[in-house]
Design a protein around this ligand. Structure first.
Ligand code: ADP
Length: 332
């Protein structure tokens, strides 16, 4: 499964080609767009930089794209970095002192910012001050620098891992959810036009259903389907090409990958369908608990395949039907 940190080079290239550059091109997430426009409008009226913003939600839903749209609206540029790229306090100090007035600083994977570095971020966010410790031991001094007005836009796939002091310093937190099928179809349609590929409506529907409500996956599937059609000398991506593409990628028609099926099958076979505690499940799958909670489960819950209860995880009837296996009651 694609985690944000191991997004492939190919994916990044597709992202760049297909990234919307206007609010109109940015499909769906209407409430978030509405909220953002109000925040940005107010900042423009006051003639100030906008409040610092936090975008949270699964990978590939459009957080980076939104950061660029925000910058465009404010007429500024974007400097980007990420939590893991900031290894020392000095790395962040260098980024901050290089900002031009009105610029956006985009920090991806904000939950991976080292706590020592966070300390540098707080005064920068609150009062545009950079406190640097110069020298060591008794002769160490703190140097205070003024920073230009800027807006920090941070993105995270795991909001619960963000420290409270950091979280509380954002003016607004905007949570992106999975896209519905109609929006994903629109995204595939737009991308197909940009890539110059004809896709039959039935093929769009098949690819959309397997896209896990995620624009990045939708674009990746479209590109693979186009490759498939091209190799087979077809000018149009038809339903057959779409189905074969999913087969090649080991995805089923609902977008489940082998890891998702393994998770469901483990609960069904080893824990009688649940409830099973997440730690026990993580041990049975040899998987990190956080990955299960933040990467696998959200989509399975959206499909109505899995339920999180206080007693643990339970596989729901829809998942049994999808996997074509008999439910607990029928097995009795
Ligand atoms: P994230 O930062 O949340 O991982 P990105 O902003 O990089 O996601 O989006 C991944 C790709 O998906 C973008 O390059 C863009 O092509 C597409 N995309 C994301 N959101 C939308 C949207 N609302 N409308 C159209 N395309 C989108």
């Amino acid at each position: 499964m694609n985690k944000p940190s191991n997004q492939s080079k190919d994916d990044r290239a597709i992202d760049l080609t297909l990234r919307p550059t206007t609010w109109d091109e940015y499909v769906g997430q209407e409430k978030i767009k509405g909220n953002l426009k109000i925040i940005l409008e107010a900042a423009k009226k006051r003639g100030e930089s906008a409040d610092h913003l936090l975008f949270s939600g699964p990978a590939g839903l459009g957080k980076t794209t939104l950061a660029y749209l925000v910058a465009r609206e404010l007429g500024g540029m974007v400097k980007t970095t990420s939590g893991p790229a900031l290894e020392k306090a000095g790395d962040l100090a260098a980024v901050l002192t290089n900002l031009n007035p009105g610029e956006i600083l985009f920090i991806d994977e904000a939950h991976r910012i080292n706590p020592m570095i966070e300390e540098v971020l707080y005064p920068a966010m609150e009062s545009r001050k950079l406190h640097l410790v110069v020298g060591k031991g008794p002769s160490a001094r703190t140097l205070s620098l003024d920073l230009p007005p800027f807006t920090l836009v941070a993105a995270t796939t795991r909001e619960n891992l963000l420290s409270n002091p950091l979280r509380s310093r954002f003016g607004a937190t905007l949570r992106l959810g999975y896209y519905d099928a109609e929006d994903i179809k629109k995204i595939i349609d737009r991308s197909a036009r940009i890539l110059g590929v004809t896709v039959a409506p039935e093929a769009i529907a098949i690819l959309a259903r397997a896209s896990r409500g995620t624009p990045r996956i939708a674009n990746r599937l479209l590109k693979r389907a186009r490759d498939f059609a091209e190799v087979h000398g077809a000018e149009t991506v038809d339903a057959e090409a779409a189905r074969k593409t999913l087969e090649m990628l080991d995805m089923d028609e609902a977008g489940l990958e082998p890891q998702d099926r393994r998770l469901l099958m483990t609960i069904i076979e080893k824990f009688n369908g649940g409830p099973v505690g997440v730690n026990t499940l993580a041990a049975a799958l040899s998987e990190d608990r956080g990955v299960i909670e933040d990467i696998y489960e959200p989509y399975l819950m959206t499909l109505g395949f899995l339920q999180r209860s206080s007693a643990g995880r339970i596989v729901l009837p829809a998942a049994y039907r999808h996997l074509k296996i008999k439910g607990k009651e029928e097995l009795l």
